[in-house]
Ligand binder design. Structure first.
Ligand SMILES: Nc1ncnc2c1ncn2[C@@H]1O[C@H](COP(=O)(O)OP(=O)(O)O)[C@@H](O)[C@H]1O
Ligand SMILES: [Mg+2]
Length: 512
């Protein structure tokens, strides 16, 4: 039998929704098998069924040809199935090793031999190329490291089949490269992998076969060598998708954002932004390229009035706005699609309709003499929900209940509708699928074409290259280069982002 895992005709329902409808997934030994689908297609549900977290209403699961009944994750573990979840399940205060052995301590006579455990973790980490310090505390290590701990945890429990649920969504480009190497090593060491993703590039790069699901229904399985990103995208969304975002030349006019010699200290008093200057003009999209942690967050927060500027100036429409209250800045013409939609973008326990007036509720026609006019609020919300294709049962549904992509569309609708002169889009497509990404990019370009300025911050180089009219590279709190997206390459950008200046020939690009 060549299949290590067979999920046959699986059906899983939730109240009011069929998350998996007659889905079949067959994984061969030693392959990396992608599970591809848009947000909400039912990928995580299917894997949670395989991992014993959910019981299917119908269908059959076979492991190595034998029919099994996976009643809970322990049963899955014993069958050699391990899962690296989308949201890590690690204890911050514990060490790497403590987290790995948690729940399966080598309990000879009820005692844990930490020295043996550390040794074992070190050995596993060497065997699979998973660099971690077994004694480091979880709260002290990077997200990429934490993910390795999750992988080690499954290996420690003897997993032969590893499920990765959107593992690259939280990683930087460098960390993604490392993870891909790790996956290749795992396969060499005899493991099989199911990789959930909606990034077509990753599938083309590492996977052997792909199973596509769309709106809970299995669409089919194809060999990666027989397909291409265009075909995969249309299988996934059910229509053709444009990758290269269509746009004309920019027509930049007057400056909308002008930052001069900005300095911002982080919580430890270290300069996170260290003399940064940057200009965005009306009618252009300026993309910021940089490795996470080089001051992007602080920069956005300072523009939005959420972080104090030590020195320097930030001008919006030629008026200085540094250190003004967020609402004043918003009213001066700033729109902000925030990086963390849960923390800054939405009030999750409010209906989505009320979230759509979060920046304007205190004004007419939504409020009068301090009393909210719910009729007007919900009327507006209804229009925006329709225009921005926010998929929600009603405008009264809590924001929490919407998928990430639809939450993001709601924020974009709200921010763009206010018609801001400068729109900051921070990671606007993080975690979105191709259909939704296309939608977001179109909206950004639309804003630009209407003569607005757009500042795009993204860790996806593809996105920065595709959407921006100019690219500003940020490194250690400074803009170190401005490059033309039509002239540069991912490689050059990668080097600049790492602080290198050697690749640029004199006069090729303007320095700041
Ligand atoms: N525990 C749950 N209760 C109710 N509905 C759920 C639950 N988990 C997922 N769903 C719904 O099932 C559908 C599939 O979700 P999911 O499997 O998470 O999709 P994906 O991982 O492909 O983004 C979505 O409509 C989602 O809202
Ligand atoms: Mg999911």
């Amino acid at each position: 039998m060549e299949y290590v895992i067979e999920m046959l005709n699986i059906r899983k329902e939730f109240p009011g929704i069929v998350a998996n409808d007659n889905i079949t997934l067959q994984v061969k030994k030693g392959e990396i098998h992608a599970l591809l689908g848009e947000n909400g297609a039912g990928k995580s549900t299917l894997m949670n069924v395989l991992f014993g977290l959910y019981q299917p209403e119908r269908g059959e699961i076979r492991v190595n040809g034998k029919k099994v009944n996976i009643t809970d994750p322990n049963v899955a573990n014993n069958l050699g199935i391990g899962m690296v979840h989308q949201h890590f399940m690690l204890v911050d205060k514990f060490s790497v090793t403590e987290n790995i052995i948690l729940g399966s301590e080598p309990s000879k006579a009820g005692r844990i031999n930490m020295r043996d455990a550390i040794k074992q973790v070190r050995q596993l980490s060497e065997q699979y190329g998973l660099r971690v310090d077994p004694e480091a505390k979880i709260s002290d290590i990077s997200v990429g490291m934490q993910q390795r701990v999750e992988i080690l945890k499954t290996l420690y429990r003897g997993a032969d089949i590893l499920i990765f649920d959107e593992p690259t969504a939280v990683l930087t480009p460098q960390e993604i490269k490392e993870l891909i190497e790790i996956m290749k090593t795992l396969i060499k060491e005899g493991k099989s992998i199911i990789l959930i993703t909606h990034k077509l590039k990753e599938i083309m790069e590492v996977c052997d076969r792909v199973t596509v699901i769309r709106k809970g229904v299995g669409i089919g399985t194809v060999n990666v060598s027989d397909t291409n990103p265009n075909e995969l995208a249309s299988l996934m969304v059910g229509r053709d998708v444009v990758f290269k975002t269509d746009k004309t030349e920019a027509n930049p006019a007057a400056s909308v954002l002008d930052i001069k010699d900005l300095v911002i200290k982080d919580t430890r008093g270290v300069a996170a932004i260290n003399g940064l200057s940057l200009e965005v003009r009306a009618g252009e999209i300026v993309g910021i390229a940089g490795v996470d942690g080089n001051g992007q967050t602080e920069l956005i927060e300072a523009i939005a009035g959420l972080k104090k500027a030590e020195s320097g100036t930030i001008s919006l429409n030629q008026k200085e706005i540094q250190n003004l209250k967020p609402r004043r800045i918003t009213e001066s013409g700033l729109g902000h699609i925030p990086q963390d939609r849960h923390k800054h973008g939405l009030v999750l326990d409010f209906p989505i309709g009320e979230n759509m007036v979060l920046q304007t509720y205190y004004k007419k026609p939504y409020s009068k003499n301090g009393i909210l006019n719910y009729k007007n609020i919900y009327q507006k919300a209804k229009t925006l929900i329709k225009d921005y294709d926010v998929r929600t049962p009603t405008e009264y549904t809590l924001a929490r209940a919407l998928s990430g992509g639809n939450q993001q569309k709601a924020i974009i609708g709200r921010e763009v509708d206010r018609d801001p002169d400068l729109l900051i889009a921070a990671q606007p497509t993080r975690g979105l699928d191709v259909g939704a990404i296309e939608f977001v990019h179109k909206r950004l370009i639309e804003q630009r074409d209407r003569g607005k300025g757009v500042l795009l911050i993204s860790f996806e180089l593809d996105e920065v290259l595709n959407v921006s009219d100019r690219i500003a590279v940020i490194y250690e709190g400074k803009i170190v280069a401005i490059v033309d997206p039509k002239q540069t390459t991912e490689q050059e950008l990668g080097l600049l982002m790492a602080g290198s200046t050697v690749t640029r020939k004199e006069g090729e690009h303007s320095n700041v």
